[in-house]
Ligand binder design. Structure first.
Ligand code: ADP
Length: 869
């Protein structure tokens, strides 16, 4: 038995897109067959039927109506499938044999453009990663906005994951250049991101279309970046089957152009979503987002993901926020204008790709309408950022006028129904429309005329698709028809339908004109759309300006509403916050948020050891310092009475294992590898937040690790650090390591109970109040009193003495090291200390005034000391 011709065609096309679900257009439906049908019927809850395909078994089949296909496609995409859309590419009426069909587009999670499949407040990135011998390159593109970026860096997978977490792509390609340990790579990426991952073959850039497209930008890229961009663009091009005229530039950047944030820090600081529940509400983004447009909302997210490190750039933003805040009229006007602005950025992308309909052009026009107002409003601005925008502001009048004079005000959704082009724009269209109107009017009058002339009162003029216009006369009146007046066309149960030659002629005219108008309107529309898309660069630039104004306005509004202050940006290494608050916690707690001061610098106040019972507010306090610093560096005012912020190059956070259980993989190992990452990468200009390091192991191990970590940061790195710990033994470090200061969050004891005061004060907590907190949490009285009993026994026991002795030993070592350090600025170990002792003695020898015998003795003593080392 042989396959039917249609099935043969199906299988040939399926061969081109094996990794996709093929939506095969048959009439008004997209049908799926075989395995695709089985998957789709399961995932989309469709009825699985079958179709004869020429073989003994029927082919499993299911289908969706084409006009409602978008929601089905979106469900499949969300579930991580790719969908290939196969259309009839010739008119079935004209086709000889089987209608020609082709895949017109492949929809994948990273390449969707339909607004119904996208979150308007979020970019939708597709990325491409390439691992070279000593580093990686990354390219990312949001095809819904036209943004295309690339970078490369030394460093391994974890560094790449950190950078990827900034974009959180929906889809990732990895160039398969004989990658070792592919499974591990796949596992690591999939653990972190919810994305569609595919491996692609490396393609020599010489053959790549990218060379023709982005010639100007390519000179700044290295070979690996070129590879990466090449593969990514090729994939996009092949799935979209469209040259995507709105992707105009490839922008290269360096990782350290911005504050570096690793993946866990982004997560721990809850920048764009909460740790638990992954909600937007409760994140920093949520607290700061008062933007009016989707473009603004997306840019705000980007700014939060990419804090600045240039003092000048930060101040530019801050100054403009201040200017808007001080000018209430200006801000409220701008807010009103922005409310009316649609997503110009995504609209121009659709227009460039030829997928925009007439309503999209109207949305663009309605948005452009406000550009002159916005320009006029910001003409009063004096700050650099806003005045620069004003000077380069392009009100796009030509584009506005073009759409305004050509596209009807309320056009239909479909492009092939007519009614798109405005009257007076195209004489040919107007002429045909007039003919149509006249013809229709003649037909409309026909009923009355025929009734009068024949005297048949129930005579009707009607229309149906098969026979066109007709005159209908009931059987009882047939005899009243004048001889030869009508031509019989159709017989019904109790009526006859007739036509006249004149009616046919007018009908042809009307229907012919209708068809022509629709065709002509479509042609015109396409050419207007192409005209508009020529201005893509100008429109994209304005979309960006609107977004910047929107974010600055949002900053000024939240700053005003929440009493934020303008931070003073500095580079002397000092962070001095008075009455700082946590921007999110202060919004969500019931009751008053207690503000706290912070003082950190590069000299005597480098590391704060923060003790205090659980629930006292340690984590909140530390995150608040990190968030205030980050907010300052994105150019927003900060929740404090006053703040001086020295720019930090990186923020690191490590949140204790017990707090991180939600991810299901908080082993001690993970904790330690994160600490190791911090110790290896932090610099003097970094800010480190360590919450309960060492908790994931036994007390002795944990305390020892916490101790030595603090020591290492203090002596080797010098990074400003907040270190919360329940090992109050660590408070011993103050005075022994330069720069360490103790703080605790005060609590008030009230008999057996404690009251949290939330105020940070100098000094260490002398106990952990664990039992009191447990009592607060509602542990049964019996358990609480037994715990107290055990505690008092333990405190007298050997365990405690042991800890104390160990600390004593460490103290001696630490003191020795400090002395050496003050004499000569190096080393930390006892080993080095002895080595230096010898050097010091050598230096102290008064060679001119000693006898040879004395010299021999000194040499002997030194050599003995050296041998003992
Ligand atoms: P810890 O890290 O010491 O266990 P948290 O920082 O998690 O404590 O704080 C516990 C709770 O205390 C927070 O969820 C918050 O509701 C409240 N809290 C923390 N800091 C403050 C503050 N400064 N003012 C008011 N409430 C606070």
């Amino acid at each position: 038995m042989a396959l039917t011709p249609m099935m043969q065609q199906y299988l040939e096309i399926k061969e081109q897109c094996k990794d996709c679900i093929l939506f095969f257009r048959l009439g008004d439906f997209y049908e799926m067959f075989f395995e695709d049908a089985e998957i789709a019927s399961r995932e989309l809850e469709l009825v699985l039927t079958g179709r004869d395909c020429g073989l003994d078994k029927r082919a499993p089949m299911c289908g969706v109506p084409y006009h409602s296909s978008e929601s089905y496609i979106s469900k499949l995409i969300e579930k991580g499938y790719k969908v290939a859309i196969c259309e009839q590419v010739e008119d079935p009426a004209l086709a000889k044999g089987i209608v020609k069909r082709e895949i017109i587009r492949i929809v994948t999670p990273g390449t969707v453009m339909e607004s119904s499949l996208l979150d308007e407040k979020k970019n939708n990135y597709i990325g491409c990663l390439y691992f070279s011998r000593d580093g990686f390159s990354l390219s990312v593109c949001d095809i819904s906005t036209g943004e295309f970026l690339t970078t490369s860096s030394k460093g391994s997978l974890s560094r790449a994951v950190d950078e990827l977490s900034k974009y959180n792509p929906a889809e990732l390609l990895i160039i398969d250049n004989n990658i070792q340990n592919r499974e591990k790579l796949e596992k690591t990426i999939k653990e972190r991101f919810n994305l569609l991952l595919s491996f692609v073959k490396h393609d020599s850039p010489e053959n790549n279309i990218i060379l023709e497209r982005f010639n100007d930008d390519l000179s700044s890229l290295n070979e690996d970046e070129l590879n990466c961009c090449g593969c990514l663009y090729k994939y996009i091009y092949e799935t979209q089957k469209n040259s995507l005229g709105h992707i105009v530039h490839i922008k290269k950047y360096e990782l350290n152009d911005f504050m570096v944030l690793d993946a866990s820090t982004r997560k721990n600081l809850e920048l764009t979503q909460t740790i638990f529940g992954k909600q937007r509400k409760g994140s920093l983004l949520w607290a700061l987002d008062k933007t009016q447009t989707s473009m603004g909302s997306r840019l705000l997210r980007k700014w939060i993901e990419e804090p600045l490190i240039s003092q000048d750039e930060i101040n530019k933003r801050l100054d403009s926020v201040e200017e808007l805040m001080n000018n209430v009229y200006l801000s409220s006007d701008l807010k009103e204008y922005l409310k009316n602005v649609y997503d110009i950025e995504r609209l121009i992308s659709k227009i460039s790709c030829g997928s925009a309909n007439a309503r999209d052009l109207i949305s663009l026009k309605e948005s452009l309408r406000f550009l002159p107002d916005i320009k006029a409003a910001i003409s009063v601005c004096k700050t650099k950022l806003l005045s620069n925008i004003y000077e380069n502001f392009d009100t796009l009048d030509d584009v506005y006028k073009l759409i305004d004079c050509s596209i009807a005000d309320n056009p239909p959704l479909q492009l092939k129904e007519g009614g798109i082009i405005k009257e007076g724009y195209e004489p040919e269209i107007d002429k045909l429309r007039e003919a149509m109107i006249n013809g229709r009017e003649w037909i409309a009058n026909l009923e009355q005329k025929e009734r009068e002339e024949t005297g048949i009162k129930s005579l009707k003029v009607g229309y149906n698709k098969v026979f066109g216009y007709y005159i209908e006369i009931t059987k009882s009146n047939l005899s009243s028809i004048p001889e030869g007046r009508y031509i019989r066309k159709q017989t019904l149960a109790n009526a006859e339908r007739f036509i006249t030659p004149e009616l046919k002629e007018i009908e042809n005219l009307v229907l012919g004109a209708e068809e022509k108008v629709v065709e002509l309107e479509y042609e015109k529309f396409v050419s207007i759309r192409a005209e508009v898309s020529k201005e893509v660069t100008r429109i994209q630039k304005m979309a960006r300006y609107i977004a910047i104004i929107d974010v600055l306005l949002s900053f000024s509004q939240v700053s005003f509403e929440n009493n934020y202050v303008k931070p003073k940006i500095s580079s002397d290494g000092e962070i001095d916050i008075k009455d700082g608050r946590h921007p999110v916690v202060e919004k969500v707690i019931q009751g008053i948020f207690v503000p706290n001061d912070t003082f950190l610098n590069l000299k005597d106040d480098v590391i704060s050891i923060i003790t205090g019972p659980n629930m006292a507010g340690k984590s909140t306090y530390m995150r608040q310092v990190a968030l205030i610093t980050l907010m300052a560096q994105i150019g927003c005012f900060v929740p404090a009475r006053s703040a001086k912020i020295s720019i930090v190059d990186r923020i690191f956070t490590r949140i204790g294992a017990s707090d991180d259980l939600s991810s299901g993989k908080s082993t001690f190992m993970v904790e330690m590898s994160e600490v190791s990452n911090i110790l290896q990468n932090a610099t003097r200009n970094s800010l480190i937040i360590l919450d309960e390091v060492g908790r994931g192991t036994s007390t002795f191990d944990g305390l020892s690790i916490a101790w030595s970590v603090v020591e290492y940061i203090g002596r080797r790195i010098g990074a400003k650090t907040l270190f919360a710990t329940h090992y109050h033994e660590l408070t011993e470090l103050e005075g022994k390591i330069k720069g360490v200061k103790n703080y605790c969050i005060s609590v008030k004891e009230h008999g057996d109970d404690i009251l949290f005061l939330r105020k940070i004060i100098r000094g260490g907590a002398d106990q952990s109040y664990g039992i009191q907190v447990a009592k607060l949490a509602g542990l049964p009285d019996e358990v609480v009193s037994k715990a107290k009993e055990i505690l008092s026994k333990l405190e007298e026991s050997d365990i405690n003495k042991n800890i104390k002795e160990n600390i004593k030993k460490d103290e001696i070592a630490a003191t020795a090291i400090d002395e050496t350090k003050s004499r000569k600025d190096e080393q930390i170990s006892m080993f080095n200390y002895k080595e230096n002792e010898i050097i010091v003695e050598l230096k102290e020898i008064d060679i001119v005034n000693i006898t040879p015998m004395e010299a021999m003795n000194i040499l002997y003593t030194l050599s003995q000391k050296a041998k003992k080392m």
